[in-house]
Design a binder for this molecule. Sequence first.
Ligand SMILES: [Zn+2]
Length: 173
Amino acid sequence: MTADDDLHWMQYALQLADKAEQSGEIPVGAVLVKDGVVLGEGWNQSIQLNDPSAHAEMIAIRQAAEKIGNYRLIDCTLYVTLEPCAMCAGLLVHSRVKRLVFGAKDAKTGAAGSVLDIVRHPVLNHQLDVLDGPLAQQCADKLSEFFRRRRAEQKALKQQEKQQSVEEGQFKR
Ligand SMILES: [Zn+2]
């Protein structure tokens, strides 16, 4: 795996994050790669699927395991635009993924070094090689842009409701 490969696949994961964003989900994308071949890919779909476990990593890994017909994903690398949460970090350990490359750090729920370090916990029976940083800024910008827009939309909606209730009040008088 060269640094160029890492950038290429992180770019790919960012494109998957766009798919999440297009459907109003938090823009996170993940792709699982072995020997330069995509085995699974995913993006956040928790809201659409009413599934709190439908994170990008979870979807990519389920797809890959089904594709190769094995619950162990030996010698694979998972690229994800945001540092995995505790659930996904646990999944990476269970599935024996060899390497994790992520873009933006998650200071609140990151479980690959920020809050917890599940993927490199010495007591667990599998540890991953971890690289963070490729396209970190683009990954973080995509998230903060999404949240900024969502806050603005919520604010606009509230103002609209407020305006409506004022108008209804006037109508009553
Ligand atoms: Zn997760």
